[in-house]
Design a protein around this ligand. Structure first.
Ligand code: NOJ
Length: 733
């Protein structure tokens, strides 16, 4: 028997012996924090649970697993699922930052470490990667994805799946991955979390689905259905998404889990009549496992008993869950060795990777007069100012629950580590920032809101910061947002720097000291009021445990920033949604009539997609296409020479964009179709090649209702960001 037949055989064998209750049990994931009238031990022994959510205590995981394997009738092991998003104990930069590295290999390594640490503690399933396209910075969960672009999003999705799952399902030290949230969650109206998304099929297929498809191609074992309504049908009851696209068109063989409580919520949406209807609709739409609502457990059997739901439908839903457990080797190796955990968590190698990841994720947005890198000769006293400069918690993020804030090297600490006694460093917080109401994660973690400063304290702290700036050679001003200001249920109507941070920047700037603004945040923020006051801006995001050391490496020039934005950076929230791959319209941006689509501000972003500066300079030359014409289905090759023309080693992210000039639908002004991050020593030149084949040149045509590659003329640009000007043309015939 081949391995697939063997798995099917074992699944059939189990299914034959299972009662209806045990089958529904496999479709049920119970939540650690969800109150239940029946003790979890009883449910496990009775085979009423297939998976457990949010449990992360290794001893408890082992205890329950022993119970499932030794005391349940059919000895089926449990899956332990947790949100391991950008690290488990060793917390790496947030996913939006990791994507800004434009380095899929790095992303794969990071998620492999996350998997190693999580699996050592008994977690065998992560609810990641989050591959939702996000084009609206108001949406708090923009932090969890790779940004606005489907091509880059697809590459980062593949890398994450490989990192989490390893070479194949069941690779030791790896975990099952889950592509979420299927699909369209990032398009929530107004950037408001959970709000409805309306996506025409062309936009859905051309922009929002490709990263999911890429995850599937990389072998992702599970998908998570999203919370929101997509075109008025909740994603968790959406047959078009789950049945038509995922199973029929894409031939997905793994299983789908709902988002937490989303099955029961089908009634809350005003879609299902009641919980029984909700369970029926989710299951028959294609959701195999109910996360944390117990709606399947409590209501599916009734539909079988009244004859509306054939048991065969339940069997089909159970099959891929059992198959996954078998393929993961869980029946053979259900337990973890708790004595090994300490050896695996937070090792020096993991921390080193966290430092590299933070260095490579940083994006240099501004560097007037080459203020950066800092020079020891001219900086003898350094003021480090701002509410995020010495914070440990805020270098992590909302999804960092197993991380330990005390592991974090703050920016103040990192700078001390770097310069020792050569530079005198002093710190002043200046202002405090806080949310208006506690975040969901603070509530979950039992964190209390800090006690606000009194007016007198605020005045004194502000004054102290400005006074410190005035007597220092240089100021590193660390501003942005707290970790709890982005993430789930953390959307914002404004992108302004919270609290009195703008005032602080202006007051510090008034001292005429040179300022390096370091941004710690999970989303683009409105910099329009501060950008002119600061010569240098380094975006470091929520950079993780080694954030402070990485920032010091970058500021002092031991590393050259090479990250690039994966989101267009708006001038203000009023521009959202904003993205580079928009259509030409009847009055394109290049038309002489065109000034702006707004009368009160430019409609271009403050910083474009793909943008990021370096301490060195790069020259592009010799760009060529191997032919000016190709037939449909053929591949053209673009090549370009890139030379480091500066005096420092540095990395450049070479990017290729294309545009189809006419066709069955209007096509975006430009779309990313290739990228490559290369390292160049001073004076070094490399030739970079990209292939443009049918995969890059096809799109889903709304007029044809299918994927097409059209015989048309195309533009192609090569350069270091989406404003690239090196241009060529070719024809598909
Ligand atoms: C809700 C979130 O939307 C999802 O991303 C997460 O995986 C689940 N909760 C489980 O924590």
């Amino acid at each position: 028997m081949d391995p697939i037949e063997q798995v099917t055989d074992r699944v059939n064998n189990l299914l034959r012996q299972m009662t209806l209750e045990e089958k529904i049990g496999q479709l049920t994931q119970l939540g650690q924090y969800i109150p239940d009238t029946v003790p979890i031990d009883d449910r496990v022994r009775r085979g009423q649970v297939g998976s457990i959510l949010w449990l992360s205590d290794p001893a408890e995981i082992n205890r329950l697993q022993h119970m499932a394997v030794e005391q349940s009738r059919l000895h089926i092991p449990l899956l332990f699922g947790l949100d391991v998003i950008h690290g488990f104990r060793t917390i790496f930069p947030i996913p939006l930052a990791l994507a800004a590295s434009w380095d899929p290999e790095l992303v794969e390594k990071v998620q492999a470490v996350a998997a190693r640490e999580a699996s050592a503690c008994g977690i065998n399933w992560t609810f990641a990667p989050m591959v939702d396209i996000a084009r609206d910075a108001r949406w708090g969960r923009i932090i969890e994805g790779a940004g606005e672009d489907p091509f880059l999003g697809a590459a980062i999705a593949r890398a994450q799946v490989r990192g989490f799952q390893g070479a194949e399902m069941g690779s030791p030290g790896h975990v099952l991955a889950c592509a979420k949230h299927f699909a369209g969650y990032g398009a929530a109206d107004g950037g408001r979390d959970y709000d409805s998304a309306y996506l025409p099929e062309g936009l859905l297929r051309n922009v929002y689905l490709p990263p999911f498809h890429a995850a599937l191609e990389a072998g992702v074992g599970t998908f998570m259905s999203a919370y929101m309504d997509l075109n008025d049908v909740p994603a968790t009851g959406n047959r078009f998404l789950l049945e038509q696209v995922l199973r029929r068109e894409w031939n997905f063989r793994g299983f789908v889990v709902s988002d937490a409580a989303a099955v029961g919520d089908l009634a809350t949406h005003g879609f299902a009549r009641d919980p029984q209807d909700a369970a029926f609709r989710a299951l028959t739409a294609g959701v195999n496992m109910d996360m944390a609502s117990r709606t399947y457990l409590e209501h599916l059997a009734a539909s079988v008993q009244n004859g509306s739901l054939p048991v065969a439908v339940i069997d089909e839903a159970v099959r891929p869950i059992l198959a996954t457990k078998i393929q993961m080797g869980l029946f053979e190796h259900p337990y973890i060795d708790e004595s090994q955990i300490q050896r695996i968590l937070d090792t020096p190698e993991h921390r080193q990777l966290a430092r590299i990841a933070a260095q490579r994720s940083a994006v240099l947005l501004r560097n007037e007069g080459q203020l950066l890198p800092l020079k020891m000769q001219s900086v003898k006293s350094l003021a480090v100012i701002g509410p995020l400069a010495d914070s440990q918690q805020d270098l992590l993020s909302s999804w960092a629950m197993q991380g330990n804030p005390t592991d974090v090297v703050t920016i103040v600490q990192g700078l001390h580590n770097k310069v020792g006694s050569n530079v005198q460093i002093e710190y002043a917080q200046g202002v405090e920032i806080s949310r208006q109401y506690p975040s969901m994660f603070d509530a979950l973690m039992g964190r209390s809101q800090p006690v606000p400063w009194t007016d007198a304290q605020s005045q004194a702290e502000f004054g102290r910061a400005v006074e410190l700036a005035g007597r220092s050679d240089l100021v590193v001003l660390v501003v942005g947002e707290l970790a709890n200001m982005s993430g789930e249920l953390a959307s914002q109507s404004s992108l302004d720097l919270p609290g009195r941070q703008v005032e602080l920047v202006k007051a510090v700037a008034a001292t005429s000291r040179p300022i390096v603004l370091v941004l710690v945040n999970g989303r683009p923020l409105n910099l329009s009021q501060v950008v002119e006051h600061v010569p240098a801006i380094l975006e470091v995001w929520h950079p993780g445990v080694e954030g402070g050391n990485a920032v010091a490496d970058l500021l002092w020039g031991d590393m050259t920033p090479g990250g690039k934005l994966t989101v267009s950076w708006p001038r203000s929230a009023g521009q959202c949604p904003i993205y580079y791959a928009h259509n030409l319209t009847h009055q394109p941006d290049t038309s002489p009539m065109f000034t702006s689509r707004y009368w009160d501000m430019a409609s271009s972003p403050l910083y474009p997609f793909g943008f990021g500066l370096s301490y060195t300079t790069f020259a592009y030359s010799n760009v060529c296409l191997d032919r000016a014409e190709a037939r449909r289905g053929e591949t053209l090759n673009v090549s370009v020479d890139v030379e480091n023309t500066g005096e420092r080693p540095g990395d450049e992210v070479v990017q290729v964009y294309s545009h189809q000039r006419a066709g069955s639908a209007s096509r975006p002004v430009q779309e990313l179709k290739g990228f490559c991050r290369i390292a160049l020593a001073p004076g070094e030149k490399k030739t970079v090649q990209f292939a443009l084949g049918p995969g890059e040149l096809s799109f889903w045509s709304p007029t044809e209702s299918k994927w097409v590659q059209e015989a048309e003329t195309f533009d192609v640009w090569v350069g270091g960001d989406s404003m690239a000007t090196l241009h060529m043309m070719f024809k598909i015939v």
